[in-house]
Design a protein around this ligand. Structure first.
Ligand SMILES: C[C@H](O)[C@H](O)[C@H]1CNC2=NC(N)=NC(=O)C2=N1
Length: 541
């Protein structure tokens, strides 16, 4: 293309008159360019550039200076390399142009632009948005694809079918019933079952044959016995019979034994034991805990015997120790009120020690028959009973106990086998007279039998004769093998006593039978008691 032609094209392209100057300018352009190129490596310090709008970055080479023209070369892509250089130079000139412009000396520069594109006279630094202060002339990286970014690996979000288990779930295929251990089937004690049964039976047998028990008595609650090999069907209070045996505190676990179960058990036990060749003994209480109390020293007993106490159902002594079922003694006082006062004093001690006697006035209204035994020990004499008996003897002595009068021999004495006392080596212990419990109180008129001459009753004195602080003379306590305790008829003492009271009353109120009633306020006060009344009312038990 020739220059003229090019100028024609340019004119059509640009209608500004300025273009003609430009074209002239363009003609010498190459010389200028050549000149400029000699300046290529001249560094231009920023100090050299004065005035506003200076280039924000330090231009190190003419090409950079030239590059600052902001010429949009992309649209002229069809030009050859040379043309590009020239244009580049143009661009530079433009830069120069703009430079000159700012100086106000410049030849007006023309930026040939493609249609629609703008001039970006960026007065900022050179392409700093691009990166370092270099303008990469070839092309600007417009899309950095950093493979390190997460976006490179994450796929686009999507819906998953469900939460996948990390590992196989704990697969519980079926539920299983909890096996109940049928205790009855295997309650037997390994190979020792015969021992267990025999020892069990031994306790039962011993009670009947008065042999010493092979096995110490069962000291815990044995409501039910296990029938070895099988267990009785059904349950008692929610527990299997077998469990009952293996559970020492069966009652606590399963409630009391229903009576019908006991009724059922008893014949079963009998038949079982009979088959085992063991005689059943009725003494075994299925529902009462069989507790065997500790034996007590005979020496302790002998002290109480000396004070008139008797042992009931004493066992054979073993090394000076015996089992005794109970201790018993009858006390007599000169009148009922003293007897009752004695009982009151004993009662206070019962509360204090939480230990209570069985007592009765069945032998006379002024008598008290006391029996001491410990129920919690299965009905046996324990330390508590020994202490209580001792206290009773002390109080009775202090309160004027009277020596027991004779017992009315005419009344048959019932015998109670359990009351047979064991013969001690030092002579026969008398049969305990504690066997008229069953006899009712009778008001039969009976001549009271005076005490045998051996005992001088004159010593017997009623408590009224003692002042409060004067204790009665020591009563003669019956010996250990004293004669049988006789029944009491207190008619003689009572007569004396009542007459004594009558005499006192006469002194105080005058004689109610005489005419003069000088001291008499009202007849109603005085009981009209005559001798005949008293002699009539002789109650003898
Ligand atoms: C629950 C109370 O403590 C007990 O029953 C006490 C009461 N008093 C008692 N008295 C007697 N003699 N024997 C007992 O076993 C007994 N036990």
């Amino acid at each position: 293309m020739t220059f003229t032609r090019a100028i024609e094209d340019e004119r059509t392209l640009n209608s500004f008159p300025i273009v003609d100057i430009y074209h002239l300018f363009l003609l010498d352009l190459t010389e200028v360019v050549l000149q400029l190129l000699t300046l290529k490596d001249v560094t231009i310090g920023t100090a050299g550039l004065s005035g506003a709008g200076r280039d924000a970055s330090v231009q190190t080479t003419v090409t950079e200076l030239v590059g600052d023209g902001g010429l949009d070369l992309s649209s002229l892509g069809t030009l050859s390399e040379l043309a590009l250089d020239v244009l580049g130079t143009l661009n530079g000139l433009n830069g120069l142009g703009s430079l000159l412009l700012t100086e106000g000396l410049s030849v007006v520069s023309l930026v040939p632009l493609t249609e629609g594109s703008g001039i970006d006279l960026d007065d900022g630094g050179l392409g700093e948005g691009v990166g370092a202060d270099q303008l990469v002339v070839g092309r600007v990286e417009d899309d950095t694809d950093d493979t390190g970014l997460l976006g490179d690996t994450l796929g686009s979000p999507g819906e998953v079918t469900g939460v996948q288990a990390e590992s196989t779930e704990l697969a519980v295929t079926t539920t299983d019933t909890d096996l109940v251990n049928a205790l009855g089937a295997d309650t037997g004690v390994g190979g020792l079952t015969t021992k267990l049964e025999l020892s069990l039976l031994a306790v039962l047998g011993a009670l009947g044959t008065s042999l010493r028990a092979l096995v110490a008595g069962v000291t815990r609650d044995t409501h039910l016995l296990l029938i070895r090999g099988t267990h009785l069907g059904g349950t008692v209070g929610g527990c299997r019979i077998g469990q009952a045996f293996t559970r020492p505190n069966f009652a606590a676990k399963c409630g009391p034994l229903p009576s019908h179960t006991e009724a059922m058990l008893r014949p079963l036990l009998k038949s079982l034991f009979r088959r085992q060749g063991v005689r059943t003994v009725p003494a075994v209480q299925l529902d009462a805990p069989k507790v065997v109390a500790a034996p007590i020293p005979i020496a302790r007993l002998e002290k109480l015997y000396a004070k008139g106490w008797k042992g009931v159902s004493m066992s054979e002594p073993i090394e000076g120790m015996v089992h005794v079922k109970a201790l018993e003694r009858t006390f007599a006082f000169s009148n009922f009120s003293t007897a009752f006062a004695f009982m009151t004093r004993v009662a206070l001690q019962c509360e204090k020690y939480n230990h209570h006697p069985q007592w009765t006035n069945s032998r006379g209204w002024n008598t008290i028959t006391i029996t001491w035994t410990t129920d919690d020990a299965g009905g046996a004499v324990t330390e508590k009973d020994l202490m209580a008996a001792k206290r009773c003897s002390t109080y009775a002595a202090q309160m004027g106990e009277v020596t027991p009068a004779t017992v009315d021999e005419s009344v048959p004495q019932e015998t109670d086998p359990t009351s047979a006392l064991y013969n001690t080596h030092d002579g026969e212990l008398s049969r305990s007279a504690d066997n008229d419990h069953g006899r009712s109180v009778t008001n039969k008129r009976q001549e009271s039998v005076m005490p045998p001459a051996t005992e001088d009753t004159s010593k017997v004195s009623t408590p009224s004769q003692y002042t409060a602080n004067q204790s009665p003379p020591k009563q003669h306590a019956p010996k250990a093998n004293a004669p049988k305790l006789l029944n009491y008829s207190a008619s003689q003492e009572r007569k004396d006593r009542i007459f004594g009271i009558l005499d006192d009353m006469k002194k105080t109120y005058g004689n109610p039978t005489t005419a003069g009633r000088e001291h008499n306020e009202s007849a109603a006060i005085k009981p009209q008691v005559t001798k005949s009344d008293i002699s009539e009312d002789t109650t003898t038990l």
